[in-house]
Design a protein around this ligand. Structure first.
Ligand SMILES: Nc1ncnc2c1ncn2[C@@H]1O[C@H](COP(=O)(O)OP(=O)(O)OP(=O)(O)O)[C@@H](O)[C@H]1O
Length: 238
């Protein structure tokens, strides 16, 4: 009965202006409407992108950075030599083996590994700094690195495994890149065969098919969007 009375105290919708109607609704409910945000801002994410050598991790991340804002790509420190077209401090921090080992000793890396004879590791400082600014963090690691990060981050990170459409496509991509010797090619291909088995430990798998880089990037973007819309947010801590 009381509810029906409240309903009658609200004027007909076509007789009053929007502000008048709002006031009438507020007074019927005996409380004003809040303009506060209903949901809190989503937590920053740590997105781990991994996959076999030559699958397109760098290519996907490069494009992702062009199309998405508020994303920080952590620059990995490596003791490997610089490849043509790579820029120190942008693609990697190129350091000597000695410098790298000193970073390990000072516990400055969240994860590090020897990859095809070279050290690669992720500096903690950068992750903390950019998460504090509200940025999502993208980490590019090989499968060993993803394994270590899973142990550190548990379910608080988003783990994405990139695959090519077929083994043949992956090998062709590596050959066309022309950055490995035939010995290095063999090692990467053999390792890649084993690495595909690790897909089960990831949260998502994304196919980066030949000529379809944009589709792979869009899917990664959709994964990030869906993660940000989750009711139970991941809360990464480094
Ligand atoms: N969807 C695609 N279609 C065609 N070529 C691609 C695609 N994605 C990447 N490539 C090309 O394949 C080669 C390997 O890609 P990229 O260097 O990004 O792989 P990666 O996974 O980062 O390799 P690594 O782990 O050895 O550094 C590059 O020459 C890149 O331009």
């Amino acid at each position: 009965m009381a509810d029906t009375q409240k309903f009658y105290s609200v004027p007909s919708l076509d007789k009053v202006s929007k502000p008048e109607l709002l006031r009438a609704l507020e007074s019927s409910l005996a409380s004003s409407f809040s303009s506060d945000q209903i949901c809190c801002a989503p937590n920053p994410l740590i997105i781990v992108i991994s996959g076999p050598s030559g699958v397109g991790k760098d290519a996907v991340i490069k494009r992702l950075r062009e199309v998405r804002e508020n994303l920080h790509f952590v620059v990995t420190a490596t003791s490997r030599g610089i490849r043509p077209g790579e820029v120190d401090g942008k693609d990697y921090y190129f350091v000597s083996k000695e410098e790298f080992l000193s970073m390990v000793e000072k516990d400055e890396l969240v994860e590090y590994a020897v990859v095809y004879g070279d050290y690669k590791g992720i500096p903690k400082k950068q992750i903390r700094e950019f998460m504090a600014k509200g940025c999502d963090i993208v980490l590019r690691v090989d499968i060993q690195g993803a394994e270590t990060l899973r142990k550190t981050l548990g379910d608080s990170g988003v783990f994405i495994f990139l695959v090519a459409e077929s083994e043949l496509a992956l090998v062709e991509r590596l050959i066309e890149r022309k950055t490995e010797s035939k010995e290095e090619l063999l090692v990467r291909i053999a390792t890649g065969r084993e690495e595909v088995k690790f897909v089960k430990r990831f949260d998502y798998v994304v196919v980066n098919a030949h000529g379809k880089l944009e589709e792979a990037v869009n899917l990664v973007g959709s994964i990030i969007d869906a993660e940000k819309a989750k009711v139970r947010q991941r809360t990464p801590f480094i």
